[in-house]
Design a protein around this ligand. Structure first.
Ligand SMILES: [Zn+2]
Length: 580
């Protein structure tokens, strides 16, 4: 009994003090470019007297390194509990070195160490072309090579452009708060050099509910704008406000705040902005707008001197007589359609939006505009739909878009041949669980399609045909196709056939809100695949497998066999010789 009372008293004393972890941002092991801006924040988990908190950097005053002392504030966490924090906005560490931040409150202590690395002595590249296929995995590449080039007696009949990059390494993509990652914090790691949490762009996700008050990190777009006279290009076939393109400029803990993300584009003013997402450009009074205010971003960009295009024809017209200095093209209210629908099937939203540009055309146009700047440029091109089609396991659409992405790489390689002071970076932001494991042969006997799957010696070869030599198979549905499976998935009907009528929609929600197999695909020949995900997941999800990172050009020799995704930022800023 006495013992128990003792324990209760001890618990009471403890609860009067800040208990649990103290958060410090930037986090432990952060790698920071000397002179790049960031916000510094210490989170204590109780209201404390600021005088009782000691914060030092390398044993001395914070101001000696960050320029000023942090401000003490009281804030509320997501559960509405009040607690103290120390904040310093917009600071930088000028001198390279190792910095240890120590926070002490009573008996509690937290230490984090940052490595601040110096700016490169001089630039190795004038231009950087950063090419990213969202969700690009080894399975997509293998399938794209087989569909596009074919294979004879075990040897590929040709190579993809991505096969001909100079160097390749692997990237770890995990998050501050999870082993898994989404396109927000994965791209954010590439664009800021800082790891972050799922759904966060250009910030460390703090404990408060406000998605715009989190500690920020300067993005590559902002750095190029602040420290150089170079041009910036952002191109995507997804919505421009979607995570990947947004990460070049934006800061928010919630990637879905797309209407507000528009402000970041207008603040940085990339010379080239081409993609989807017009619903967030239009004022709320216009049908189809997804804004809650009357801001008209087409108008705002036009006032900044941008030429504006909303169809492929208008894009051609905008560049026909002379090359514009600033170009805005927004070609769809949401995501553009993929290559298979635009070029062959005419499905998706193609009948409604029948004048959409191809990502290759957008890339060529972007290079034309950006290369008029003698100072050079940073261009980011995203093939966003490789991911969008991989989630519902529509692998044919994902692979046709991988082939399109490869054509974008070829365009960049061609540009770099004529402009050898160009570094090309090719990567994805995270992987999918796609795997090529054999073939499906319609001519094989069997009632069930699964009995027509051949593996090992029985796989043989596919019979895709590319008679017009455009790199895409003329049909995704020859008699002998690839067999492709997924490592994680909900329950779904596997038909072993391409979805020619509309993109695959594998699941529907039942009355208990669980995602179950969509019976639209049920037949005497299909197989019900039992899911291995929680029934709250409607689609296949990102895998945690390593991502490939490839580089060609000046600065590419720094690539290692394995690196964290944050290293990509360092390769780019060092190649461009950014000196904040
Ligand atoms: Zn995704």
């Amino acid at each position: 009994m006495k013992k128990l009372i003792g324990a209760a008293v001890a618990a009471l004393i403890l609860s009067a003090l800040p208990v649990g972890a103290l958060n410090v941002y930037p986090i432990d092991k952060a790698q920071i470019l000397a002179g790049a801006k960031f916000d510094f924040k210490v989170e204590l988990d109780a209201v404390v007297d600021p005088a009782s908190v000691s914060v030092t950097v390398n044993g001395g005053k914070v101001a000696a390194v960050l320029g000023k002392e942090p401000q003490a504030v009281t804030e509320k966490d997501k559960k509405d509990m009040e607690a103290s924090a120390l904040i310093l906005r917009d600071v930088k560490v000028v001198k390279a070195g190792t910095y240890t931040v120590e926070v002490k409150v009573g008996d509690m202590k937290k230490t984090v160490t940052w490595t601040v690395y110096p700016a490169a002595a001089k630039a190795t590249a004038k231009n950087v072309i950063f090419l990213i296929a969202d969700g690009l995995s080894v399975g997509h590449r293998t399938a794209a090579r087989i569909l596009s080039k074919g294979n004879t007696e075990g040897t590929s009949n040709g190579l993809l452009a991505m096969d001909m990059m100079d160097r390749m390494g692997l990237v770890g993509t995990s998050s501050v708060n999870s082993l898994a990652v989404d396109s927000a914090n994965s791209m954010s790691a590439y664009m800021t050099g800082h790891k972050s949490s799922v759904n966060a762009l250009g910030v460390y996700a703090d404990r408060t509910a406000d998605p715009f008050d989190d500690p920020k990190q300067e993005t590559l777009g902002e750095l190029v704008r602040r420290t150089t006279k170079k041009s910036i290009g952002i191109v995507s076939d997804a919505e421009l406000q979607d995570a990947t393109p947004a990460a070049v400029v934006a800061h928010t803990r919630l990637r879905d705040r797309k209407a507000e993300i528009m402000e970041a584009f207008l603040a940085v003013k990339p010379e080239v902005l081409l993609g989807g997402g017009s619903a967030y450009f239009l004022p709320k009074s216009v049908t189809g707008s997804k804004r809650a205010d009357e801001k008209d971003y087409f108008d705002l960009f036009e006032k900044e001197g941008y030429k504006v295009a909303t169809t492929n024809s208008e894009l051609s017209a905008a560049t026909m007589s002379s090359t514009p200095k600033k170009l805005l093209g927004v070609f769809h209210p949401g995501n553009l359609d993929g290559a298979l629908d635009r070029l062959l099937l005419g499905k998706g939203t193609v009948s409604k939006y029948n004048d959409q540009p191809d990502l290759t055309n957008l890339t060529r146009t972007a290079l034309e505009v950006l290369s008029t700047n003698k100072e050079g440029f940073f261009l980011m091109v995203e093939a966003g739909l490789v991911d969008k089609y991989s989630h519902p396991m529509d692998w044919e659409r994902a692979v046709y878009d991988t082939i399109m992405f490869d054509k974008v790489i070829a365009i960049a390689q061609d540009f770099a041949k004529k402009n050898p002071d160009t570094l090309i970076v090719v990567t994805g932001d995270h992987t999918h669980s796609i795997s090529v494991y054999g073939t499906v042969d319609d001519k094989k006997p069997g009632t069930l399609m699964r009995d027509k799957v051949g593996t090992y010696a029985n796989a043989g070869f596919t019979n895709y045909v590319d008679a017009n030599s455009d790199g895409y198979p003329d049909s995704p549905n020859p008699s002998k196709r690839l067999a492709i499976g997924w490592g994680n998935h909900p329950d779904y009907w596997e038909t072993f056939k391409p979805k020619l009528d509309a993109p695959f929609n594998p699941t529907v929600q039942d009355e208990n809100k669980n995602w179950i197999a969509n019976d639209k695909y049920k037949s005497d020949t299909a197989t019900l695949i039992a899911g291995n995900l929680a029934r709250t997941d409607s689609t296949e999800v990102h895998s945690i497998d390593d991502m490939t990172l490839q580089m060609t050009g000046p600065g590419s020799d720094k690539l290692k066999a394995y690196q964290e995704n944050t290293s990509t930022f360092r390769y780019i800023v060092e190649a461009l010789g950014l000196k904040p």
